[in-house]
Design a protein around this ligand. Sequence first.
Ligand SMILES: [Zn+2]
Length: 157
Amino acid sequence: MAHKAPGRHHREGVTLLQIADMFSDEAAAKEWIAQRRWPENPRCPYCGTDNVQVGIKHRTMTHRCRECPDRRMFTLQTRTVMEGSKLPFRIWAMGMYLFTTNLKGISSMRLHRELGIGQKAAWFMLHRSRIHVLYLTSAGAGRTHGIAVGPSSDSAR
Ligand SMILES: [Zn+2]
């Protein structure tokens, strides 16, 4: 494993303990994912604006766009690889982390073992991740946001 390989440098010095701390609970994992999806402010996944209402009163939705004509509602998962998944944020965050820090890719067996999830769930996660290459797409905005690990966030496509 080359130390200077692109995309790997961020892993230097990160211990398993630190990774466990990063995703200590659902709120922390959700925050980590949110930081990757929305480094600044939450953006509407349909039109791309950041003129968005946060924490709306709704059973399942958390955000509402103020600029879409129908003021569409959405969540952190909307239009991402996580959409429609019942897996917890901790699992997604760990899976994304493992995936993005393994240049050779990661097998569903390894996700299954390391995340303690069923083989079907692991396969589902990996399948989706491969299709989207872990990129959270912001349709309307016409660009994609990578889920990068570490401070130098990868905003290119
Ligand atoms: Zn919108």
